[in-house]
Design a protein around this ligand. Structure first.
Ligand code: ADP
Length: 149
């Protein structure tokens, strides 16, 4: 059984994240969307609400589960019996940030990271920009999956 963790803040979960999840389903038997706790930042959407939204979004997908975690992602993978981490890459900046983390997770935790390139029409989407737009009352329609708007 190939089980993968898709870790992230998902604050909010965007169409870019959705694309990665749906494509990961073709590669893995189980995908765990894992919301990492970032105590330094005040979230736009409370973690409980993010979980609820994602559980609703994927209610008909038996292969997907949603949870939160804290601590090292590689330790969380062990508790879930997951051998893989999925991350999305939008650009070289993402890659430069992700590569050493993936290398450490491989060396210290024997966890493989599988990178999926962003779909070209979604690579401009980021939760950080979504939060900025929301802060000033802008329209997030093009950022959010249809059923989470
Ligand atoms: P984190 O704070 O861990 O980077 P995010 O919620 O911002 O969490 O992102 C989670 C993952 O989704 C990361 O691997 C990120 O690169 C990827 N991601 C974010 N936006 C997109 C997008 N538009 N297309 C593809 N992958 C994306």
């Amino acid at each position: 059984m190939k089980r993968a963790i898709f870790p992230g803040s998902f604050d909010p979960f965007t169409r870019g994240h959705l694309s990665i999840v749906m494509r990961a389903l073709a590669l893995f038997d189980q995908v765990v969307i894992a919301i990492g706790q970032n105590t330094d930042k005040t979230p736009m959407v409370a973690v409980e609400q993010r979980i609820k939204t994602l559980e609703q979004l994927f209610q008909n997908e038996e292969k997907i589960s949603v949870t939160q975690y804290s601590g090292l992602t590689m330790d969380f993978c062990k508790t879930q019996n997951a051998q893989y981490i999925i991350r999305g890459l939008r650009n070289a900046q993402d890659f430069n940030y992700e590569q050493p983390i993936a290398q450490n997770n491989l060396q210290l935790g024997a966890i493989e990271t599988v990178f999926l390139s962003a779909e070209p029409h979604l690579s401009h989407l980021s939760s950080t920009i979504a939060r900025d737009i929301a802060k000033y009352g802008g329209d997030l329609k093009s950022f959010l999956p249809d059923s989470t708007q």
